[in-house]
Write a protein that binds this ligand. Sequence first.
Ligand SMILES: C=C(O[C@@H]1C=C(C(=O)O)C=C[C@H]1O)C(=O)O
Length: 392
Amino acid sequence: MSNPLDSLRDQITTIDSELLELLARRRGLTNNVAETKIQHHIPVRDQKREEQLLIRLIKQGKAVGLDAHYVTQLFHVILEDSVLNQQALLAERANPGSTLPINRVAFLGDKGSYSYLATQKYFSRRPGEIVEMGCQSFNEIVQKVENGEADYAVLPIENTSSGSINEVYDQLQHTHLSIIGELTHPIRHALLVAKPLQISEIKTLYAHPQVFAQCSHFLAELGNVEVKTCDSTSAAMISVSESGRDDVAAIGSEAGGALYGLSAIKSNLANQKENHSRFIVVARNAVTVPLQVPAKTTLVMSTVQTPGALVDALLVLKDNSINMSKLESRPITGNPWEEMFYIDVEGNIQDGPMQNALDELKKITRSLKVLGCYPSEEISPTRVAAVNALNE
Ligand SMILES: C=C(O[C@@H]1C=C(C(=O)O)C=C[C@H]1O)C(=O)O
């Protein structure tokens, strides 16, 4: 007997294929736009154009019964992809010879870890194959790039729930590597099991310490469960899949768990609904960021031990109209009570104001190092259009 859904599903399948073809065509055209922007020195991002496009699409959507929220969400994904692809293309052109046929990438954990998923995402926009080099610790990752065994490292640097990842900042203090890129990746923690079971049946739970920190509210509700920390999320998944027990679970991504035959019995375990991690990509050589691409620069400095020294340093940024997106302090190893400051600023190292600021900072700080200038991948969506349309 034929399935009563067959005919409708066939039509949906056809539409989905058409949607994919259209999206691929759109991507092709935006790549042509990027080529034209290179020739004519036009900035990659055009928020005015994005806003007009969203306003028009929200109106068109309403006319055919699609709500503004849906249309906005859909096109934010499409626009982000478009801008990031164009940025990657321009960055590649500005660094001839840096594109490798094979990219050996060191990251924390194994297949399925969040760092693995971030690695896949970052390199999917770039040419060349990836050779995955899963590692046990941040130190091992950095070492692999420093000694030439790997070309790149992907390192998580901060999370919207648990904050800065101090161990990674401490690795940056001593390295000669440069930050060449960044990306943010949604971190969606799920409770992963090998065989279906009730949450109340779980006796042992495996996860990375950062993950436990991000899911502390869920853990507090769980009650009497043995908690085992693992070096990575993938190690937690492997522990469950190899345990042979049916009263254990891991916390990790659903996509990662699927690689080990695990399925999710509960999702959204993080304390905060919007749980994202920012990763940095580091390499032995710095990159040139084309001026048409929004750039970020990361500095690390130590100030002199006088009152107001940090304020003076920050005033240099203000005086040069440089926006600071992050300030983090870490103790200097071996010098108790002295701090190293990590500063992310918006801007390209080739810009005049940035050069001025660096010259000024060199004069008033004890040490100053540029950790890298790289394309900014924080593509904040154009919200104005959506807000207007929702209020109509
Ligand atoms: C494709 C372009 O580049 C960017 C991407 C856009 C898009 O995908 O529609 C729109 C504006 C730009 O931020 C463009 O400038 O038209």
